[in-house]
Design a protein around this ligand. Structure first.
Ligand code: ZN
Length: 117
């Protein structure tokens, strides 16, 4: 794989990682026991206010969903960066083929080629 493409992809991934971590830290706390795992911050539920408590639970569930999505994206990004470091970047995880250059530019954290996605 050419160095220029690799550098471009690496920069994009680093920026995406910083952005995802920033987004995650605003809605979740990093789990100190599991690397790369995040826990949604549980909103405070005021005592004796059931209506508000129900809203809080709904908000928490929604936040949890967003957190899962961000976490998955972050994992892909981290895994892609690790592959670059190990000279294993750009190979499809399913069929082992070289992932198309255009796809890597569009989705630098892609794990699979066009045929396997
Ligand atoms: Zn494939």
């Amino acid at each position: 794989m050419d160095t220029e493409l690799l550098n471009t992809v690496k920069e994009t991934l680093k920026k995406e990682k910083a952005l995802l971590e920033q987004e995650l830290s605003s809605i979740a706390a990093k789990d100190p026991r599991v690397a790369g795992d995040w826990d949604s911050k549980h909103p405070r539920v005021p005592e004796g206010n059931e209506e508000e408590a129900a809203d809080e639970v709904e908000e928490y569930e929604e936040r949890n969903l967003v957190e899962q999505t961000l976490e998955t994206r972050l994992r892909d990004v981290v895994s892609a960066l690790a592959k670059i470091a190990n000279n294993a970047y750009g190979t499809c995880e399913k069929c082992g083929a070289q992932i198309q250059k255009e796809r890597l530019v569009a989705v630098p954290s892609a794990r699979t080629c066009e045929h396997c996605m």
